[in-house]
Write a protein that binds this ligand. Structure first.
Ligand code: RAT
Ligand code: ZN
Length: 439
């Protein structure tokens, strides 16, 4: 589905919007509305231009995406150790040769590369990457972001901002040029998941913290969060958690989560995003590609939603087996907003299944997808694929409604699409900064 020019919300007295749709007009109406509504990408690893080299874009970054590296090691004799020693352009060449020249690019991640090249009118079936490389080299980042977001049909992207990442911290400590296309999210993995490895960094920055996470430490962690709130103006705080995550049990991470982060989120009126189900470094030899998935115990989520009713949770779970439970919990707890089909779930067959299940159980009260893009141009194929799947799922949903005797107008579809891809998130983060204030 091509993205047409994105329009502003149409006034609801527009005649076309109000006329009733018959079954044969549903598909084209849904497609049109999906292709003309600008989405908010609520979780990415992209950065605004102010972050310089932290923001990845261009052909070599696209080809060395860790989703492709995992596939490369299955189709090449090259050892990971050898691969990691190569310069990035040679890594990209090796991946292109193995996955695109010697094999047919039929996986989701490889098709994504083909779609991006095609979107920029670059060759997709050559053994030579020179033309594509020089195309990307010729782009200037500001306008390239503008074009790429327009092609993807997104208005804003939420970054992942780690206050304990040394390079990123340096940028935040200077005056960051604000860019309304990017919003910040305060990522807290290092604090919550690895306090023993990080408390000394906070101590060195003047926070009176200790390894045991004493009561005084909890107060100091809140002061640290306040300081970063001031710097970043995040729209939410976030943490990814292992499949083994339990709450409540006495761990340092849970003390920090329950005793500092959640009370602080409440006070700052920010949601907390929980991404549950990673098995970190199942195969460390392949680095970022080496994480796996495990089924989580969502009673931990139940306990959090019940114990902290005044907190809002944005939740994505990585295991396919956890998806139905997540919907059930969302029906029990209105402070829980399921979002996205994350990482290993972001494949058409699984996205379709999960999205149908969510609509059947939650109506439009969830956020179907985020891109998780690490490399700028990925948003083009990821959002195109999401729109294509949603077109089918929504059309079928409305067809069932008509069959059951309901009525559907364009404005109903527009309201649902707005809710799914914009306003559920905007409402959840409404107290956070407006785009013009965001960095
Ligand atoms: O999906 C991914 O790219 C993963 O590597 C993770 O970054 C995950 O999305 C996360 O945010 O932890
Ligand atoms: Zn991510």
């Amino acid at each position: 589905m091509e993205i047409r020019s994105i329009k502003q919300p149409i006034p609801s007295d527009d005649v076309g919007l109000q006329s009733l749709l018959s079954p044969e007009h549903l598909a084209s109406a849904v497609e049109e509305i999906l292709s003309t509504t600008a989405f908010i990408d609520i979780h990415t690893h992209l950065f605004s231009p102010a972050f310089g080299n932290l923001g990845l874009w261009g052909l070599d970054e696209l080809l060395t995406y860790h989703y492709l590296e995992a596939e490369f090691f299955r189709s090449s004799e090259m050892s990971p150790e050898h691969y990691w020693q190569l310069p990035k352009a040679e890594q990209a060449d090796a991946i292109w040769q193995a996955l695109f020249v010697e094999n047919t690019p039929v996986s989701e991640a490889t098709r994504g590369i083909v779609a991006v090249l095609k979107a920029f009118d670059l060759p997709t079936d050559t053994s030579d990457l020179d033309e594509s490389r020089s195309f990307f080299r010729a782009q200037s980042i500001g306008s390239h972001i503008r074009n790429t977001f327009a092609m993807a049909g997104i208005e804003t992207a939420v970054m992942t901002n780690d206050p304990l990442h040394p390079e990123e911290q340096r940028v935040w400590m200077q005056e960051v040029q604000s860019d309304p296309r990017f919003k910040a999210a305060l990522r807290l993995d290092r604090l919550i998941r690895d306090w023993p490895g990080h408390w000394e960094i906070l101590a060195a920055q003047g926070y009176a913290v200790d390894p045991q996470a004493s009561d005084r430490t909890l107060a100091e962690v809140r002061r640290f969060l306040d300081d970063w709130h001031e710097r970043m103006s995040p729209v939410y705080a976030a943490v990814s958690l292992p499949d083994t995550f339990q709450f409540p049990v006495e761990t340092i991470g849970n003390r920090i989560l329950g005793g500092a982060v959640l009370p602080w989120c409440r006070e700052a009126d920010l949601p907390l995003s929980l991404m549950i189900g990673v098995r970190y470094q199942v195969n460390p030899r392949i680095r970022l590609a080496g994480d796996g998935v495990g089924r989580g115990d969502l009673r931990a989520l139940e306990n959090l939603c019940r114990t902290f009713p005044e907190n809002r949770f944005l939740v994505s779970v990585l295991s396919r087996e956890n998806q139905h439970e997540l919907c059930v919990y969302a029906r029990k707890f209105s402070n829980l907003m399921p979002f996205g089909c994350w990482w290993f779930l972001n494949n058409p067959s699984i996205v379709e299944e999960i999205t149908r299940e969510r609509i059947e159980m939650l109506g439009a009260s969830f956020i179907p997808q985020h891109s998780d893009a690490r490399v700028l141009e990925q948003v083009i194929y990821k959002w195109r694929n999401t729109r294509a799947i949603l077109a089918g799922v929504l059309t079928e949903t409305y067809r069932l409604l008509l069959r059951d005797g309901g009525r559907i107008r364009r404005q109903d579809i527009q309201r649902d699409v707005n809710r799914l891809f914009r306003s559920n998130f905007e409402k959840w983060t409404s107290s956070a900064v407006s785009p013009s204030q965001a960095r």
